[in-house]
Design a protein around this ligand. Structure first.
Ligand SMILES: Cc1cc2nc3c(=O)[nH]c(=O)nc-3n(C[C@H](O)[C@H](O)[C@H](O)COP(=O)(O)OP(=O)(O)OC[C@H]3O[C@@H](n4cnc5c(N)ncnc54)[C@H](O)[C@@H]3O)c2cc1C
Length: 427
């Protein structure tokens, strides 16, 4: 069967689009430049362990991602560990946990019960959320997260250990440069929706098994084809190979989409818009602690490191099964990026010891993974393109296309599903 739709890029956006179209009976062909699927959220094998190119965290608000996982037979309940939102910085004695109460009570109760911050700050934080609610989470153009926090008098411990880390984790952009509007959208959908939306969903398996593997099985079982090591150099190339596609979906990162769009006069302006994007790195440092009776377990699956270099430490082990592997996450540009791998791993080992307030054995091995262009820098008033381009039948999908959100798995999936719906409606 001839594919009706060519999808350039087998990241989560391209795969989401492929699954949606396949489910509707439209055959697709996915062209992926790399040897594997998943793009910026993919499995990597390190020292015999199936790990990821970067530690990822999902939330209960990832509605479309969870729906699509179920659709292609990847059971979220089995593959993801669901935990009530809990942020803990043991070194500072700070802990905030949202109880299992109906929203928005869970937020109020969680804030009031937070440990390690003064009551005045808790009240100010509750007022801040109420003010955002009252204005329907709509903010003035051009406002940064730092401006927003200043305006609402969010200082002290909650600024340092709650709002700023949430901004970095969600937008991968420092609060002084990050878009307040996009931050507010994230708060709206995670903290102000159903209680479950604020849950943290930690992968129990590598990212390939969370979605790309199941998506591949689904697409091929529905008559689609996935070609790996198949870089598309020009959009016309898809027609030149004697293959006719009614639609082409460019589901690459923005910098790669710009390369494909620049060649055609009608999309040159769009390419120039994407050329204006800035990018932020993310580092993931795996520290593997030795086997033995006291093999390392973190007291919580996710701990705040509070720097000066690291932000979070994730326990890669599962309940009842300690792997001894800790993933330390370093979001956005920062001092960490200047350090060599060994020095960085040693510094994070030190920060982990301070956080746990005990000496740890030296790791058996460490591995530093740096994604230089992990996400677009989520700045105020950043122009986001529509999915439809000026070239007939050529569409854009990708995390940057879903304008409400920063670069996340959910925005990638929502944009892929959105394009699929537009293509189906255009039939
Ligand atoms: C280290 C790291 C940590 C992250 N942490 C989180 C997190 O905790 N939670 C979260 O929600 N998000 C997180 N993200 C963001 C999330 O991974 C991305 O937003 C999402 O994966 C982007 O998906 P995409 O499909 O839009 O793009 P991509 O994943 O970039 O996929 C594009 C694909 O297109 C392919 N390609 C490019 N050019 C061509 C071409 N010419 N021909 C064929 N194929 C091509 C690429 O090889 C790639 O596979 C993180 C990202 C990184 C890097």
């Amino acid at each position: 069967m001839n594919a009706a739709v060519a999808i350039v890029g087998g990241g989560w956006a391209g795969l989401a689009c492929a699954v949606e179209l396949s489910a509707a009976g439209l055959p697709v062909r996915v062209f992926e430049a790399a040897k594997q699927l998943g793009g910026r959220a993919r499995r990597v094998e390190i020292e015999g362990h199936a790990l990821d190119n970067g530690q990822h965290l999902l939330t209960g608000a990832y509605r479309e991602t969870l729906r699509l996982m179920r659709q292609c037979g990847a059971d979220p309940e089995r593959l993801l560990r669901r935990l009530p939102l809990e942020l803990a910085y043991p070194r500072q004695g700070f802990r905030l946990r949202l109880p299992r109460l109906p929203a928005p009570l869970h937020l109020v109760a969680g804030l009031l019960a937070a440990k390690g911050c003064p009551p005045g700050e808790k009240r100010a934080a509750a007022r801040f959320i109420r003010a955002l609610q009252a204005q329907g989470y709509r903010l003035a153009d051009g406002l940064s997260v730092a401006d927003l926090l200043d305006r609402h008098r969010q200082g002290g411990i909650l600024r340092r250990l709650l709002w700023e880390p949430l901004c970095l984790a969600a937008l991968n952009t420092a609060p002084e440069h990050a878009s307040a509007q996009i931050f507010a959208n994230v708060l709206r959908d995670t903290l102000d929706g159903a209680r479950e939306n604020s849950d943290l969903l930690l992968p129990r398996v590598d990212l390939g098994r969370v979605f790309p593997d199941a998506a591949t099985r689904f697409v091929t079982a529905h008559g689609g084809e996935i070609r790996l090591s198949a870089r598309v150099g020009h959009i016309e190339q898809l027609a030149m190979n004697g293959e006719k596609f009614a639609h082409v979906v460019i589901a690459t990162a923005p910098q790669h989409a710009a390369g494909l769009l620049r060649e055609n006069a009608p999309t040159r302006g769009l390419a120039a818009l994407l050329d204006g994007y800035h990018y932020e790195p993310i580092g993931t440092v795996y520290l593997a602690y030795p086997e033995g009776l006291d093999r390392l377990r973190l007291p919580l699956p996710l701990l705040g490191l509070s720097g000066p270099l690291g932000q979070w430490a994730f326990d890669r082990g599962q309940p009842g099964d300690a792997s001894g592997i800790v993933a330390c996450v370093l979001s956005a540009r920062g001092a960490w990026d200047e350090q060599g791998d060994d020095a960085l791993a040693a510094a994070l080992h030190g920060e982990l010891q301070e956080t746990l307030a005990r000496a740890l054995p030296d790791p058996d091995w460490h591995r530093v993974l740096r994604e230089r262009r992990a996400t677009f820098s989520c700045r105020p008033s950043l122009p986001r393109p529509p999915a439809k381009t000026a070239l007939p039948g050529v569409w854009l999908a990708g995390d940057y296309v879903y304008a409400d959100y920063p670069a996340t798995l959910e925005s990638a999936v929502r944009s892929g599903c959105g394009v699929a719906r537009e293509i189906l409606n255009a039939r």
